[in-house]
Design a protein around this ligand. Sequence first.
Ligand code: ATP
Ligand code: MG
Length: 141
Amino acid sequence: MIEKTLAIIKPDAVGKNVIGDIVSRIEKAGFRILAMKLTRLSKEQAEAFYEIHRGKAFFEDLVKYMTSGNIVAMALEKENAIDDFRKLIGATDPAKAEEGTIRKLYGTNIEKNAIHGSDSMENGVREVLFFFSSGEIVQNS
Ligand code: ATP
Ligand code: MG
């Protein structure tokens, strides 16, 4: 099935000047970029995006980190996008991520792990619409 997923290049990776390399890896893996923007989250936006983690020990630090610098949000589309993208980025903890994954290459630690990918088809659609209006999502014929 053709699925949508939201990717976020997180502040640590933007700070390492590797936006271009990450976008290149995403394209080479066969994902279509439907929309893309460089932006910075407010505290309120970061809290809303990670609402599901509210109350966890790492929540406040996560919000601080995600608002600490620019991010790049991308709406991606591909057959089997959710699973394939999570394979491309690797495990949450970069130290445990497979060789060649984006988190292994560019992640700093379990919190500052370079990139986000949606974890289900429902969340893929919800998260894409968190960053982009439906009119901003350009369909590939
Ligand atoms: P993401 O949702 O960003 O793609 P994920 O699905 O691999 O990552 P989640 O469990 O959804 O992992 O956690 C969301 C984010 O919260 C992680 O990407 C990481 O930045 C941070 N995080 C998760 N677990 C921890 C932890 N134990 N300590 C610190 N930060 C954490
Ligand atoms: Mg997650």
